[in-house]
Design a binder for this molecule. Structure first.
Ligand code: SF4
Ligand code: SF4
Length: 88
């Protein structure tokens, strides 16, 4: 049991950004040029804390660098919608 708890703790710390309501609200993704109707229809955003988009991505620009979630979390990359979430 203790071993399981320890493994879960490691797994939860693997992702850098917390998937919570506040971060979801603050996410800049819907305002970026790459974001489109497919992502909107799926309620997709906060890719830095979640997973890649299920939609096709054409890189037209990324707003992650301006986002308060990224600044607070000290993220330095972009295109989490295509490259996957920020990890330790
Ligand atoms: S991760 Fe960047 S490129 Fe992708 S939707 Fe969000 S702001 Fe746009
Ligand atoms: S860093 Fe990018 S994916 Fe993460 S919350 Fe900000 S805009 Fe959304």
């Amino acid at each position: 049991m203790r071993a399981l708890a320890k493994r879960c703790a490691i797994d939860s710390k693997d992702k850098w950004v917390e998937d919570n309501e506040q971060n979801y609200i603050e996410c800049y993704c819907p305002g970026c040029p790459t974001y489109h109707e497919c992502m909107k229809a799926g309620g997709e955003k906060l890719f830095c804390a979640r997973q890649t988009s299920k939609c096709e991505i054409v890189r037209l620009g990324c707003e992650c660098g301006e986002c308060s979630v990224a600044i607070r979390s000290r993220l330095s990359l972009n295109y989490y919608c295509q490259d996957g979430p920020a990890r330790f």
